[in-house]
Ligand binder design. Structure first.
Ligand code: GLA
Length: 692
């Protein structure tokens, strides 16, 4: 391999041609995609057709087995209204297939062509200052506009009819990274109609939103505005929430408009997805993902520094959308071009990250992008091939990932993550805090990750799921900042506890109801009787307060709630020390056993050391299984389970080499043989197979 790499460095073209013969043999046997897929975003329309074969050979040589195509190519598919050209894509897909490369087709609707937006300007989105977008970028369309939807339906339907049964096309991606909304008059009217359908009468809406406040009372539906600036600095909380719900449902119908013409025209088993952006919060992903087969996200590390807990939590969030394995539809080949400093991931880090993706339940890792277009907005972004068409220094590392995916594929096929611990996440709660943060230092996602970090280390597996989901299978459910819960969600949590589950509520829990109104029974709202205690007062703080008790000594910062105990069997676990006077000596954490289960309220943001103790207590109290393989700090351990096997994936994200002693001999999937000790260099990876 070393020799071939040297040859490749000096004669890059030669080697790619040498692989053709090998590839042809391989292709003959390739009828279904391998279980673990390595991929790249490929834009054949940006290159002369004579180049395609070389690119595909280079991909094949790197063990790339999937390309995503078609995204943004509308002006090539339909250069004039009603004049279509899909032949080139058919040739590109079939050529890819001949190289053992399967295809995901992206619908091009994130980039409508100039003829379309010029002739039908209503398809362009309008910002909150009334400014209509212009052509020349992407995402300039109006997601609510009926005319735009007609065009989307037409192009997506034609593509599905043409390629839906192509043997190499395994999936469909709708649009790209939904994000931009529109504040035009047509959308405003749709929003008002949506409100009418939801609230029935203005009287009901006025009551639910308490519009007597500041004389906000509406006497006609047409008076209701679209909130400005996403509502961050203005707007009635009920209105803000309703708008985001409308936005989410409008993305869902935007997507469904395309699903409805794609689904009937594609072969059974082909999936439909869209690519989301981690914690992106402008719409409720749980609403939008309902109609998809597969969740997929674009995993970027803009500063080049991998935080396995932060990135792992985003994976687990995405896995939670469909509560099953997902795809990393885009990831960076080294670096991006849109951060303040686009630092590269270090050598071997890209491979470590790819295995971290798989460890969290990804079945595909696809790089954005294969090669930079010679012009266009993203020239500096990382790629696998340079502007000269030959591999960049990262290419051999990617090739290694591909070889390892091939080696580990059969062991990891049909395996998935099984967690005993769930962390609850809700967009509505995040929005509620975002609109009225009380302290800009409280970030709901950071707070969630503060819980995630020590819990993940102890349990090696966490699901991140919405509060509406079925919770019975979890031994421990942690809800870090569920500021807003609907009555149904509150009931779901209470049923979980009375059914024997262990629920831990974090600070800022259940302050608001379904309309973003204050709960009338203080925090945690309907859960107060079950907890046998409540929040008497909340305090934002720039100071750090000492806390002591069953978890030792800790520090409260950012947010501290004064708790009280109302039931004789509710006990105080931690108390504030001398702090702001109000909190001195008062309960900071309370807990109550409920049958076989328990409910606990943590009323403050705690320092990392305190969180470690808290996490240990939670894991012990809930009886969460201790992991088979003990790893040192900085090594991430994960497990994927099949019916008969358990695959342990270890990735060393620490800055020193690590040696790990296994509790029993395990099968070393990447190198072969049974081993009892694992040596991991920095960014080293081990994949270990065990019987279940
Ligand atoms: C997003 C988009 C891609 C590309 C990358 C660059 O994820 O989906 O088209 O712009 O960002 O990082």
């Amino acid at each position: 391999m070393k020799n071939s790499f040297r040859l490749y460095q000096t004669h890059p073209w030669l080697l790619s041609f040498l692989f053709v013969a090998l590839a042809a043999q391989h292709v003959a046997a390739q009828t279904a995609p391998p279980p673990l897929l390595l991929g790249a975003a490929w834009y054949p329309e940006q290159w002369p057709e004579s180049r395609w074969n070389v690119d595909l050979e280079l991909m094949q040589n790197a063990n790339i087995h999937v390309v995503r195509v078609g995204e943004f190519a509308w002006s090539t598919f339909e250069p004039e209204e009603g004049k279509y050209d899909f032949d080139w894509l058919e040739r590109a897909i079939n050529l890819a297939g001949q190289h053992g490369i399967f295809v995901v087709i992206g619908t091009p609707t994130a980039a409508p062509p100039a003829w379309l937006t010029q002739k039908y300007p209503e398809t362009l989105r309008v910002d909150e200052n009334g400014q209509r977008a212009e052509h020349g970028n992407r995402q300039h369309f109006n997601w609510a506009d009926p005319k735009y939807r007609e065009f989307c339906r037409d192009i997506a339907g034609r593509m599905a009819k043409r390629f839906g049964h192509n043997q190499y096309v395994i999936g469909w991606q709708i649009d790209n990274e939904y994000s931009q909304t529109s504040a035009d008059e047509g959308t405003r009217k749709q929003f008002q109609d949506w409100l009418k359908a939801r609230y029935g009468s203005l009287g009901n809406l006025n009551t639910k939103w308490t519009t007597v406040y500041w004389s906000e009372t509406y006497s006609g539906w047409s008076q209701i505005p679209i909130p400005k600036n996403g509502g961050i600095d203005s707007g009635n909380p009920g209105l803000l929430l309703a708008w985001r719900r409308f936005v989410s449902e409008t993305w869902r119908s935007y997507q469904k408009n395309q699903i409805d013409v794609i689904r009937p025209n594609i072969k059974p088993g082909a999936f439909i997805t869209t690519n989301t952006m981690g914690w992106f919060k402008a719409f409720d992903h749980y609403t939008v993902e309902q109609d998809l087969d597969l969740a997929a996200w674009d995993d970027y590390i803009p500063d080049g520094h991998i935080d396995p807990a932060g990135n792992g939590a985003a994976h687990d969030l995405t896995r939670g959308f469909k509560e099953k394995n997902f795809w990393v539809m885009e990831t960076q080949p080294g670096f991006v071009n849109w951060a303040p400093v686009n630092q590269s991931i270090e050598k071997d880090g890209v491979r470590a990250l790819a295995w971290h993706d798989i460890a969290h339940g990804a079945d595909a890792v696809s790089f954005w992008q294969w090669r930079s277009a010679l012009n266009g907005q993203e020239q500096y972004h990382g790629t696998l091939i340079g502007a000269d068409g030959t591999p960049v220094p990262l290419y051999p590392e990617v090739k290694q990932i591909g070889e390892e995916f091939a080696r580990a594929g059969s062991v990891l096929a049909n395996t998935h993550v099984e967690s005993e611990v769930a962390i609850l996440h809700s967009y509505e709660s995040r929005w509620a805090i975002e609109w009225q943060p009380q302290t800009i230092e409280f970030d709901p996602v950071e707070e969630l990750v503060r819980y995630y970090r020590p819990l993940r280390e102890l349990s090696q597996s966490i699901d991140i799921v919405p509060p509406s989901t079925s919770l019975a299978k979890y031994k421990l459910v942690v809800a870090p900042a569920m500021d807003l819960l609907t009555d149904a969600e509150s009931k779901n949590l209470m049923d979980y506890v009375t059914g024997g589950g262990n629920l831990v509520l974090g600070p800022r829990s259940v302050m608001k109801d379904e309309e973003n109104s204050l709960q009338t029974n203080r925090q945690p709202g309907p859960l107060v009787p079950l907890l046998g205690g409540r929040v008497e007062r909340f305090y934002a703080t720039k100071k750090v307060f000492p806390v002591q008790g069953a978890w030792g000594s800790a520090e409260a910062h950012i947010w501290a709630e004064l708790l009280s105990v109302e039931s004789p069997d509710t006990t105080v676990l931690m108390r504030y020390g001398k702090s702001n006077g109000w909190l001195d000596g008062q309960p900071a954490v309370i807990t109550r056993k409920v049958g076989k289960g328990s409910i606990t309220y943590i009323g403050m943001c705690m320092d990392d050391a305190g969180m470690q103790h808290a996490a240990k207590w939670m894991i012990d109290t809930a009886g969460v299984q201790t992991p088979l393989i003990k790893v040192p700090a900085g090594v991430e351990a994960s497990v994927r389970y099949g019916d008969k096997n358990a695959v342990h994936i270890l990735v060393n994200f620490s800055s020193t080499p690590q040696t790990i002693t296994l509790p029993a001999p395990l099968d070393d999937v990447l190198h072969g043989g049974m081993i009892t000790t694992v040596q991991l260099p920095v960014y080293g990876v081990a994949v270990l197979n065990a019987k279940r």
